[in-house]
Design a protein around this ligand. Structure first.
Ligand code: G16
Length: 540
């Protein structure tokens, strides 16, 4: 009898000599070597859905901040979370099987291990960003999913990554008490547009906002969202720039959140004047960073750490003003990339607990889930806020005891609706920032003056094999190669307020080096010295 799995896989042979790894955000590499991985992800998505009794799982075809010639794929759990780690291992293993028969056999083995009935329904929703390779990779994925594994599919075409997460959560909660929204693009714009209006409660953010869309899918989607926001006279004037999706080779090039964060400067195309508030999204619109030039034309970055501190302090105020302070606690989750000054500000000024996790939304989200209100942001602008079910219930049922408490409670409830709790979402995140600034009557300068960042530098080092760099302590210390951490520590000792670490990227073929110190010169020096140590260890 014909084996549909093996047949489908034979149309997408594995390139020789490559090893694939489900990394920080799924599989990510040069697009021309991804077809076999896509087809196998079709099988994994079908198996995962069947293991979850036919719930919708999500599949996003994107390489987010990576260069235009890369692409990638990540699988999303039914509530919009990242794929369970146990299944990441299965996805890695099936992607490295060589022949169609081996893939088919492994597919059967997974089914047996998890007692999956292969004739039961399986459902997946898929979307992609605007990369040129997306259509070809989608076809390979669909081949594995539908012809190979016999699953049902809903193809949303182009979406931002957070929109895809939103659709998955909506589809799985439709008709239940946890219904998250209408699983359509229009439903998404209406939900977040209405929440923005409610959360503003008549307050108007000062000035305008210029949004750099990295020439990615965020551009057209933001244009749609704007149609559902209150008119600019009443709320916010938004200028959309770098929204050229007709030229996919311009994606993330000299623009976008990763460019701004790494280079600590505005995109060269920026025409913003002093004091103009700007923000940059990344290629699939799941990260956002803010910035502005002051009256001396000096550039100032307001990154993920700043968004976390701004939002955490605002939520803290609302919880206190509502009278909920003894019922709801707020915590902040960061990674090693968080600026030391941000961590100190959260702990000492906001008096909130800080957790540190390895890089990757899945780790931060998981840590935030343990809190009543978990504010999690990576310094690169990736993050959101999640509220535990009990906390949502407490806030929904709480009876205010004064008009002041009622006002604060109304804002708190509206803000909850404005936050995409499925995953960090650049569009909903920047609307949230604007709401907070409007309520505080702040511009970017006031936001900046809450604390002073330690000067820092982020570098990328290309090495022969980045897998030899192994870390511990939430990626803050290297355990391999032997002796390297000791050499890094010695360099750190030489500068004031020094801190530095190196870790292998899970999305790019490089080792990332982060350094901070009391002065710009010391931070740059430290980063350069640690990068040299990494380079030497990587070529030893
Ligand atoms: C992805 C992950 C983020 C992570 C980033 C860089 O972001 O979702 O959690 O911070 O990669 O990861 P790494 O340092 O391991 O390369 P994105 O926006 O590229 O999807």
């Amino acid at each position: 009898m014909a084996d549909p799995v093996a047949e489908a896989m034979s149309r997408h042979p594995t390139p020789e000599g490559l090893v694939y790894q489900y990394g920080t955000a799924g599989f990510r590499t040069k697009s021309e070597v991804l077809d076999s991985v896509m087809a196998r992800c079709g099988l994994i998505a079908a198996l995962r859905s069947r293991a979850l009794k036919g719930k919708w799982v999500g599949v996003m075809i994107t390489a987010s901040h990576n260069p235009p010639e890369d692409n990638g794929v990540k699988i999303v759990e039914p509530m919009g979370n990242m794929l369970q780690e146990e299944w990441e291992i299965l996805a890695t293993a099936i992607s490295n099987k060589q022949t169609p028969e081996e893939v088919s056999q492994y597919y059967q083995e997974i089914a047996e291990k998890y007692r999956i009935d292969l004739s039961s329904p399986a459902r997946a929703v898929v979307a992609r960003d605007t990369r040129a390779s997306g259509a070809r990779l989608l076809a390979a994925f669909l081949d594995g999913l539908t012809k190979g594994a016999g699953a049902e599919v809903k193809d949303y075409g182009f979406l931002t990554t957070p929109q895809l997460h939103y659709m998955v959560r909506c589809l799985n909660t439709e008709g239940t008490p946890d219904a998250y929204g209408t699983p359509t693009e229009k439903g998404y714009y209406e939900k977040f547009g209405a929440a923005f209006k409610n959360a503003l409660r008549g307050k108007k953010p000062s000035g305008s906002l210029t949004v750099d869309c990295a020439n990615g899918v965020g551009g057209p989607k933001l244009a749609e969202l704007i149609k559902h926001l209150p008119p600019k006279e009443e709320a916010l004037e938004i200028f959309v720039v770098n929204d050229n999706v007709i030229k996919p080779e311009s994606l993330n090039v000299e623009c976008g959140a990763d460019f701004v964060k790494t280079n600590q400067r505005a995109p060269p195309s920026s025409k913003a004047g002093p004091g103009d508030r700007c923000c940059s999204l990344d290629g699939d619109a799941d990260r956002v960073v803010y910035y502005f030039k002051d009256s001396n034309n000096m550039f100032h970055l307001l990154d993920g750490d700043r968004i976390a501190t701004l939002v955490a302090s605002f939520l803290g105020d609302l919880v206190r003003q509502s009278g909920l302070a003894d019922k709801v606690t707020i915590g902040v989750v960061q990674t090693a990339y968080a600026n030391g000054a941000a961590t100190e500000y959260v702990e000492k000024t906001l008096k909130l607990k800080v957790d540190c996790t390895p890089t990757g939304v899945k780790y931060l989200h998981h840590a935030a889930e343990k809190l009543d209100v978990g504010v999690y942001f990576e310094a690169n602008g990736h993050g959101t806020v999640i509220f535990s079910p009990d906390t949502l219930d407490t806030i929904a049922k709480y009876e205010p005891r004064s008009p002041g408490q009622k006002d604060a409670l109304d804002v708190l409830r509206a803000v909850i609706d404005l936050i995409n709790q499925a995953v960090g979402d650049a569009l909903s995140d920047f609307l949230l920032v604007e709401v907070v600034l409007a309520h505080k009557s702040w511009g970017a300068q006031e936001w900046l003056s809450t604390y002073t960042d330690l000067p820092n530098r982020l570098l990328k080092v290309i090495v022969a094999d980045r897998k030899i760099f192994q870390t511990t302590d939430a990626e803050r210390k290297l355990v391999k190669p032997d002796g390297l951490q000791k050499s890094i520590d010695a360099e750190v000792q030489k500068v004031r307020q020094g801190r530095s670490f190196a870790r292998a990227s899970g999305t790019e073929d490089a080792v990332r080096v982060y350094a901070e110190a009391a002065t710009r010169g010391e931070a740059d020096d430290l980063a350069r010295k640690v990068a040299e140590l990494v380079k030497a260890a990587g070529s030893a």
